[in-house]
Design a protein around this ligand. Structure first.
Ligand SMILES: NC(=O)c1ccc[n+]([C@@H]2O[C@H](COP(=O)([O-])OP(=O)(O)OC[C@H]3O[C@@H](n4cnc5c(N)ncnc54)[C@H](OP(=O)(O)O)[C@@H]3O)[C@@H](O)[C@H]2O)c1
Length: 332
């Protein structure tokens, strides 16, 4: 049983707590929130014994072994640093860190703590349908290209239009469509096709400089992959991966793989299985297994993928002229 502490009290934290508990391998012991009433409400709901409203005390005194960090993106870095200093394993929500400098900093800290594990919570790569796509791609004679979509209107865009700046649309909090939803399709592309040789992101920028929507082109030796992402409009296009005589069709977006279909001329074969109600269960199970079996190879592979995705996200962002406060911090 792993003792779990959490940072963040939005719906995604509850989804992760429920997934972790559903595996039967975690107990929630410790809740951090800036607000005592929010921390206590979650603690009561999931029988956690400790609550904290000061982050330093949470790490210094909390009796947990692994922390799940689901705070605004730009806060992940400082909170992960505190976790590593306090000898806690880390599960940090995607996108793990704002830029390669932060990522390198964390990698260096971890190299001095060889017993610790850190995972970027790229939920979908742990799901069976993601692996079904990966296997199907390996069986294609030749990859000819792909179009991967994840564009979904965010209710927080209503707030943005009303003159507010929710964290997810803020450069101060490392927000925008690429960071929030693009990270999933970048994970897809890098996992399935590798690191691109060249790239560009044609972003529709909001007045504060973050991207509301955009199209990225990733160039590989023999083909291109197009990423269609956004948070201020909704796409109903399925994603597609092209072979010579086959096409893989992914519904309903490239991160929530409900149905994966292989088209071969007139023949269609469904390769997917119905996803679990709580899509975070496979990742929670994987993190537990890797930590308790001390599976260094699996952790190293996940870490390498996370660093590659971080670099691709950064390069895409820079190609579109998107700058975060965290990038300016790194230059000081
Ligand atoms: N894997 C997935 O499917 C998935 C889905 C959604 C989100 N996410 C990721 O989860 C993370 C959180 O996303 P979110 O939409 O929940 O973010 P959010 O609502 O902006 O913030 C999450 C939590 O962080 C705390 N917080 C908010 N603003 C803060 C501030 N200015 N300073 C310090 N703490 C603050 C709040 O907790 P307290 O008020 O209790 O302190 C809040 O509940 C992001 O990295 C996002 O990408 C992942």
């Amino acid at each position: 049983m792993l003792k779990l502490g959490i940072i963040g009290t939005n719906w995604i934290t509850e989804q992760f707590i429920q997934a972790a508990l559903a595996t039967g391998n975690y107990e929630l012991t410790t809740v951090y929130s800036r607000h005592q009433e929010k921390a206590q409400a979650l603690a009561d709901k999931y029988q956690a014994s400790e609550t904290f409203t000061e982050i330093d005390r949470f790490f210094a005194e909390g009796q947990f072994e692994v922390v799940y960090i689901a705070s605004p993106n730009s806060l992940h870095f400082q909170q992960a640093k505190l976790a590593i200093a306090a000898d806690k394993h880390v599960i940090v929500e995607k996108p793990a860190f704002s830029n390669p400098t932060e990522m390198a900093n964390i990698t260096a800290l971890l190299s001095n703590k060889p017993n610790l594990f850190l995972f970027e919570a790229a939920r979908h790569v742990h799901e069976p349908n993601f692996k079904a796509v990966q296997t199907a791609i390996q069986q294609l004679d030749k990859v000819q290209g792909a179009v991967l979509t994840y564009m979904k209107y965010s209710s927080r865009y209503d707030q943005f239009l009303a003159g507010k700046e929710p964290n997810i649309f803020s450069p101060r909090f490392s927000g925008g469509a690429l960071q929030d939803l693009g990270v999933y399709v970048v994970y897809d592309a890098v996992s399935w096709f590798g690191v691109p040789k060249a790239l560009n992101y044609y972003a529709s920028l909001l007045p504060n400089g973050v991207d509301g929507r955009g199209t990225a082109i990733l160039r590989y030796a023999d083909f291109d992959v197009t990423l269609i992402i956004g948070k201020n409009a909704t796409s109903y296009l399925p994603s597609e991966i092209y072979g010579l005589h086959e096409t893989l069709s992914l519904d309903d977006n490239a991160a929530d793989l409900q149905t994966v279909t292989l088209h071969q001329g007139d023949k269609t074969t469904v390769l997917s299985t119905p996803p679990l109600d709580n899509p975070m269960i496979p990742e929670a199970a994987d993190y537990y297994r890797i930590i308790t079996e001390n599976d260094r190879d699996a952790a190293a592979a996940a870490g390498q993928l996370s660093r590659q995705v971080n670099q691709v996200l950064y390069d895409l962002r820079r190609s579109a002229g998107i700058v975060f406060a965290a990038d300016i911090e790194e230059q000081k």
